[in-house]
Design a protein around this ligand. Sequence first.
Ligand code: CO
Ligand code: CO
Ligand code: CO
Length: 351
Amino acid sequence: MNMPKTNDRLTQWASCAGCAAKMDALALAEVVRRLPVMHDPNLLVGLHTSDDASVYRIGENLALVNTVDFFPPIVDDPYDFGRIAAANALSDVYAMGARPLTAMNLVAFPKSGLALEVLHEILRGGADKLAEAGVALVGGHSVTDPEPKYGLAVTGLVDPARTVTNAGAQAGDALVLTKPVGVGIITTALKQGLADAQTVAQAVESMAQLNRRAAELMVEEGAHACTDITGYGLLGHALGMATASGVTLRIAHRAVPYFPAALTLHARGIVPGGLATNRRAFDGRVRFSDAVPGTWCDLLFDPQTSGGLLIALPEAGATRLVQRLAAEGFGKAAIIGHVDSGGDRPLIAVE
Ligand code: CO
Ligand code: CO
Ligand code: CO
């Protein structure tokens, strides 16, 4: 690990570039698979369905929703890093159609070399984002670590009957994606000093945008299934939905919203480590038609931080949802494909 002792560029303190540094999906799945299965009738969504958050019944019409997320700096501005990390942590609650209530900070920070003011800015960014979301910051925990990390554990509530999981996609549903893909390539370029300020600013605003309104609108429009797009990329998380729902997802690559700069930077050879890991882990279950350029195959595996929601819902609701999202600051939201029956095994088809 080549880590400078003092450097005011926050991303230079991260050992891994351009992603939320998620572990290899297959390696992690193997470790989790060997954990004991909980037999608790109140545990409605748990560890073994690779959903975004857990759902635990505490009353007739009430369940707790829990999730946790933290990662090393992906942008240089500590305040932006804080609000991105908070928007990202809250996203797993929104993806379940739930309402986040409280959050706790998770902090790793070096003993020396980085000013405490940097930590203050990170936490201020997180706190401001929580305030925007109407979520109470109620505590936290910190450790000393040569690599800074920040994230949050979030608790929310949901009516179990109205929970949206990744398992409800039905044949005939349309697929809506609410944010453009490509922020992994852009943040990797940033770490290498190859991204221009305007490109970075656009990616930062997208990552810092709360998925709250998208989640509220998807519930109103009758969402059958949802997952948020983060470290495993659009195709990795789509595959999670296909597997849990027992369906095939058909994605039209030309309809997928993206940052044009990500394609340009990719052409210059910028490939996040997580992108290659995702491709290795998921490639065998994704079929690309000849119409899909190689650079687009990569873009669809690009690891996202605080990415959009991927929502499966009936066609009429999807059309209305995209229109309503456009009026709520999700101007690039689009219908990107549809759901087919699973056949012999669920997978993704990109055309
Ligand atoms: Co998630
Ligand atoms: Co998560
Ligand atoms: Co403690």
